[in-house]
Ligand binder design. Structure first.
Ligand SMILES: Cc1cc2nc3c(=O)[nH]c(=O)nc-3n(C[C@H](O)[C@H](O)[C@H](O)COP(=O)(O)O)c2cc1C
Length: 330
């Protein structure tokens, strides 16, 4: 079965991409992902905050060095005085390119349209073949409107678009008041693909210690439905490619994502739970499903259940909500 897929200008051997996680941050794991059938990998994000802090620390160091470390500086080159996390990220890109034949996508994560976006150039220089820009934001400030935030996000996309010539994917949140409109604007700002969606990790409250703690629960297949709906809705109205991320654990999950209209299917939690070889299970399972259901190619399957192809497209809208509540039995 030919699973060849085009994404961000690359011809991939299948639609399965390993999304950003600690697993894509180690060379041995990246090799294992490729061996198990990953068609591309997204490296862990480099965060705006991290780049900003490093720049501030470097500025402080150099200012102080000018006075008190003048002698030391004459012995040590500046770069040796402070090893930056971002250097490690660039090194990971270089090593991943050396170790892998599949496309290596670097991830940048931030929301303000400032100097850090230029780091995209460094990622490109290190060999990244595409950039996934993650706009992870929780809008808590009452003085900033949704429209302001959207403008800010678009400015970031434009800044990265201007910084590099590489294919650009934008990973975004589902929580926009008019996602269809915003998706179009992201496309106009230069996004070649949209990655739906960021998964938000809300802190849990501990009533005993009166503290809020970290909670990171891995997804399961029930997390599939939100990106699935939006991919089905957006597919007919966007030229940009669409990547499904969230809740893909079984071959059937992947079939649904592709039928909704996803160009590629990304997975993280299933790989963290089952190991890189789970990609082989997903790939074999997809082929088996297609053969059993007489699908000759991925093209025949892909987008076959996007919104405009369904006999009842209103199922994605208010009508579904009304019907669901009326027919629900408890
Ligand atoms: C431990 C962990 C680390 C992650 N790190 C990143 C990251 O650095 N950048 C990013 O864009 N997404 C990151 N993600 C999100 C995943 O790439 C993915 O979008 C999300 O887990 C939903 O997909 P899944 O249901 O297949 O896990 C991370 C997820 C997990 C569980």
């Amino acid at each position: 079965m030919n699973l060849k897929t085009s994404y961000l200008g690359f011809t991939l051997s299948s639609p399965f991409v390993a999304s950003a996680s600690p697993m894509t941050g180690k060379i041995d794991k990246l090799r294992a992902l490729e061996d198990a059938g990953a068609a591309a990998v997204v490296l862990p994000s480099v965060f705006e905050e991290q780049l900003r802090q490093e720049q501030e620390a470097m500025d402080r160091l150099l200012t102080n060095s000018a006075d008190s470390l003048a002698e030391a500086q004459s012995f040590f080159p500046e770069a040796d005085l402070y090893e930056r996390n971002s250097d490690r990220s660039l090194e990971l890109v270089r090593q991943a390119r050396e170790a892998l034949d599949i496309p290596v996508i670097a991830s940048l994560n931030g929301i303000s349209p400032e100097g850090w976006t230029q780091f995209a150039r460094d990622l490109a220089g290190a060999g990244a073949q595409a950039i996934e820009l993650n706009l992870y934001h929780v809008g808590c400030a009452p003085e900033i409107s949704g429209a302001d935030l959207e403008h800010q996000h678009l400015d970031v996309v434009r800044a990265v678009r201007e910084a590099v010539d590489l294919p650009l994917a934008v990973k975004l949140s589902p929580w926009f008041s008019s996602l269809a409109h915003f998706a179009n604007q992201l496309q106009s700002a230069g996004a070649d693909a949209l990655v739906l969606f960021n998964r938000f990790y809300q802190p849990d409250l501990d009533p005993e210690t009166l503290t809020a703690g970290k909670t990171l629960q891995l997804s399961d297949s029930t997390d599939l439905l939100l990106p699935l709906s939006w991919i089905a809705i957006l597919r007919p109205q966007l030229q940009a490619q669409l990547a499904h991320t969230g809740g893909v654990h079984t071959p059937e999950d992947a079939v649904k994502a592709l039928m909704a209209g996803a160009d590629v299917v990304m997975t993280t939690a299933a790989l963290l739970k089952n190991g890189p070889q789970h990609l082989q299970t997903l790939r074999d399972g997809l082929i088996e499903w297609m053969q059993t259901h007489d699908y000759a190619s991925l093209d025949q399957l892909r987008s076959s259940m996007s919104r405009e192809k369904l006999p009842n497209p209103a199922i994605f809208e208010r009508l579904n909500y009304m019907k669901l509540l009326k027919t629900a039995e408890w």
